[in-house]
Design a protein around this ligand. Structure first.
Ligand SMILES: C[S@@+](CC[C@H](N)C(=O)[O-])C[C@H]1O[C@@H](n2cnc3c(N)ncnc32)[C@H](O)[C@@H]1O
Length: 244
């Protein structure tokens, strides 16, 4: 880009050094600079991915999770058109994080009401560091994890089949197979109206966290559908322990 600007005789705009939005990391708490995150979401992310299926508050949580937890590998399912994978890719690129992204969707022959068909992954195809797979999300993720070098920090985004049984199985598989992973889930808002729409993921999370030895901390968007929940683990430092 700079070369073209020089060729056209235009001034080269210096790229601003990207500030790290992660705050107070020495305290072992989850905190980000919301203004830096918002600026990125508005100026860079929304023009690319819009606000469907992830409204602003969910985009902020996705970006905050990547910036604060700094995963070096992200697994996610399902891929669909590739919006969530693109959110992770753009976040890593913008803030200079080195992240390997593995996105999984079901094989073409499997019938699923949301299967994207030939449009699978169209928003991330060919992007460096984004790997597209087909299969069952959990199985592919555990398979890659077993074969590849163990990453320092893993983030897993669950956004496949949103039934209670599927999410329950996926959470149990991760909590046993990759207990150190942080987990982000979509469609987790608890709608208490009679329709009871969308309560599967919420119920699955509530049960799973009480039945595991892994000590997750929980952060959720709670203003309405679809809803996103982050289960994360940060080491307690002596400073936080002393303060409590
Ligand atoms: C709600 S869409 C995912 C939206 C996507 N994350 C995005 O950013 O737009 C659900 C996707 O999950 C896929 N899916 C359902 N069950 C799955 C499974 N067990 N493993 C992998 N993908 C699955 C569906 O084919 C569908 O493409």
């Amino acid at each position: 880009m700079d070369r073209f600007r020089r060729l056209l005789g235009l001034a080269v705009v210096p790229t601003r050094a990207k500030q790290d939005p992660a705050m107070n990391v020495h305290c072992g708490e989850f905190e980000v600079n919301n203004w830096l995150v918002s600026e990125f979401v508005l100026n860079t992310l929304v023009p690319i991915v819009g606000i469907h299926p992830f409204p602003l508050n969910e985009l902020v949580l996705m970006v905050a999770a990547v910036c604060r937890l700094k995963p070096d590998r992200i697994y996610e399912w399902g891929t669909h058109l590739g919006k969530s994978a693109r959110v992770f890719y753009e976040t890593a690129r913008h803030f200079g994080l080195d992240v390997e992204i593995h996105s999984v969707d079901l094989p073409d022959h499997v019938i699923h009401q949301e299967h994207p068909g030939h449009q699978r992954g169209m928003l991330v195809k060919g992007l460096q560091g984004v790997h597209l797979h087909q299969g069952d999300g959990l199985s592919v993720c555990l398979d890659i994890q077993a074969k590849a070098a163990t990453p320092k920090h893993t983030l897993i985004f669950i956004d496949g089949d949103h039934s209670y049984a599927s999410v329950r199985r996926e959470l149990a598989g991760i909590m046993t197979g990759i207990p150190e992973a942080h987990i982000l889930l979509h469609d987790t808002f608890f709608q208490s109206s009679e329709s009871g729409y969308n309560v599967g993921p919420y119920r699955a999370i509530s049960e799973a966290i009480t039945e595991t030895d892994v000590r997750y901390r929980l952060l959720s968007t709670q203003t309405g559908l679809p809803g996103m929940t982050l289960l994360y683990q940060l080491p307690q430092t002596s400073m936080t322990l002393a303060g409590k």
